[in-house]
Design a protein around this ligand. Sequence first.
Ligand code: ARG
Length: 458
Amino acid sequence: MAKVLWSGRLEDKPEAEAFAFQASINIDQRLAEDDVRGSRAHVAMLAARGILPSDIADKLDKGLEDIAAELNGGTLAVDPDAEDIHSFIEGVLTERLGDIGKMVHAGRSRNDQVALDFRLYLKRFVPEIIDEMKRTVNCLLDRAEEHAGSIMPGYTHLQRAQPVTLGHHLAAWCAGLVRDLGRFSDALARLDECPLGAGALAGSSLPLDRNMTSGLLGFKNPTLNSMDSVADRDFALELASSAAICMVHLSRFCEDVVIWASEEFKFIDLEEAWSTGSSIMPQKKNPDFAELIRGKSGRAAGNLVTLLTLLKGLPYAYDKDLQEDKEALFDSLDTVKVCLAMFRGMMKGARFNTDRMKSACIGGFLEATDAAEYLVRKGLPFRSAHEAAALVVRDCVEAGQKTIAERSLEQLKTRCALFEADIFDALKPEACVAARNLPGGPARDEVMRQINKLRERM
Ligand code: ARG
């Protein structure tokens, strides 16, 4: 086992099992490239401030550059027995450069270092999630456009409610995803501050230039308060929350898909390549991808609770508990990223059974609200119109009729004299949808406007 960074103070090292317990290398090795980037900026700044002679700084910089290149090229492997990525990289540097390697950590602590690495990593990883999200929304909006006129039942309480279109339904999903996108970018904008120079918690007596390192590393500005810099994990909470909300969205969409794929609904026919079979039941074609995405939303919710609970009782400033932050957030971000891609793959080529969707608009009295609004247009107060339409529905049920249009005009007039012959056209599903052309509604032109608006917002 390599020498630890704190061996000067503590003679006895934890036993192997205990050392491994407190190590974080298996999780934070993902931060290798960020750690090197941070160190190179730190070294450049130490030289600029005359804390390090420039020839030494050059050697350190070259050493760090080599380490990054070798890690990247696979010629240098992360030592699984190292304590964390920071000590591993400093260790390799010192092994190779001797005393020069020992100069890199001046004015720095692993506390500001890990806060920096974490933010640098998120600044490159979160845009990948945002990109995945854009591709998913674009794919869904294409499908929405294709089906802007495909009539289907809209549901409340999972009971047929009013006719809408598939385009309207898919655009509803996208509205949620576009808000998710906004949440991720907001979090990204807020985390764009550089904690380097905060030291362990109280900065440094060395004349560091925090503006310089912040600028070199592409941050908007250095963080304001050194204690906050090492204690703060708001950015992790915000991103875990954005991921949890996005996963809850995907989970609900998947629930729609699972329902639609059932024999009872048969609204969607998933491609064979995006379905799985059964080991015993030869006939099965299961929507496993949708179910698994729905299942994985549990992790994202759990990770958010993990992080909130982790932070809740922590005294300021840094505590080792914080080491647990990365595993939870990495898992949430990995999960949301892959689930967005899988959901897109599943939806891209899915076939919608539009005939079946349309015929499901017959036989649940989805036109009843339109009958009531028809009467309102004829001057009847809404409450009376609601009652008249409800009585008509009761009449239909008693007579075994599936739609209001199956009743004759005379029969309708027994419930309200204001019914005229034009009621029959007004009750067709196409007419019900076309009439709902308010902003936000399911009418074709309006859905197209929503789709364009959503594309713009991205
Ligand atoms: N592995 C640690 C983490 O992820 C790095 C900081 C450790 N600092 C310390 N004083 N033990 O939080």
